[in-house]
Design a protein around this ligand. Structure first.
Ligand code: NDP
Length: 245
């Protein structure tokens, strides 16, 4: 078995803020080479510069996870330039909460596009390389919303149940060389709720966010999952604020 803390090449989607940013910083600090992907490359450039100044290894790449061809091209290019890709952290996501009867159907489409299509686009892009390498690990950022549905979370939760199902499906279909982890965070400090347009849902988030834990609390869970020896597969971790009910 390979030693769990060997340096890897890791792609983190949605690395420009919140949990993805914290995960990229922590995994680079662990000694891995981290490819930070998102649409806001100005943010990525600043983060990568800080990671490099701290003596660690990282690069920034523009990516809209909804664009399947772009996702494939990015993954192929990472493999061509770094020789391999060991871990995909499928973290990019949006949470546009609202009640179904508010009928914000375009926001439903957006959540499905980013949280579901964006995740399986990544799985499709990395799987051929994982098989060729004889190793690979997909870490999916799901949510407490993958375990429960509350008013305003129906579509968001549907996308996170889907994320859980995709990751579990990959596990059941794969040989032991491919490992999978679903991380389900509770309320965590990030920009996620800033994009909610529905006033009722946005108001409800104000109190909810008071209990938020730092994004690095989730990043530590990712670090733990990927640092196991190759015969150990950590399949699911729930990390929530102790104060969250
Ligand atoms: P943020 O809004 O801070 O981060 C979301 C990230 O996703 C950003 O880096 C954003 O980058 C990226 N993103 C959004 N759309 C796209 C896209 N089309 N293509 C590429 N990247 C995209 O929120 P969080 O850090 O909280 O969210 C990260 C993940 O954690 C999400 O999947 C979320 O559902 C999940 N989560 C968060 C919880 C929380 O309480 N914060 C709780 C449970 C789960 P850019 O805009 O630059 O493209």
């Amino acid at each position: 078995n390979t030693v769990g803390d060997e340096p890897r090449v890791i792609l983190v989607t949605g690395a420009s803020s919140g949990i993805g940013e914290a995960t990229a910083r922590r995994l680079a600090g662990d000694g891995h080479h981290v490819v930070l992907a998102a649409r806001r490359t100005d943010r990525l450039d600043v983060i990568v510069e800080e990671i490099r100044k701290a003596g660690h290894s990282a690069e920034a790449r523009a990516l809209d996870v909804v664009n399947r061809a772009a996702f494939q091209a990015l993954v192929d290019d990472v493999v061509a330039t770094r020789g391999r890709l060991d871990v995909l952290v499928g973290n990019a996501g949006v949470m546009l909460l609202s009640r179904l009867d508010a009928l914000l159907v375009e926001e439903w489409d957006r959540m499905v596009d980013v949280n579901v299509r964006g995740l399986y686009n990544g799985i499709a892009a990395v799987l051929p390389h994982f098989r060729a390498q004889g190793a690979g690990h997909v870490v999916t950022m799901a949510s407490i919303g993958a375990h429960e549905v509350v008013p305003t979370s129906a579509v968001y939760s549907a996308t996170k149940y889907a994320a859980w199902a995709l990751t579990e499906g990959l596990r059941t279909e794969s040989d032991p060389t491919i490992r999978v982890t679903t991380i389900s965070p509770g309320v965590t400090e990030s920009e996620l709720a800033d994009h909610i347009t529905d006033a009722h849902a946005a108001d409800a988030m104000v109190d909810y966010r008071k209990a938020a834990i730092p994004a690095d609390a989730v990043a530590r869970a990712v670090s733990f999952a990927i640092s196991q020896p190759s015969d150990v597969d950590v399949n699911e971790i729930i990390v929530r604020p102790a104060a969250q009910r």
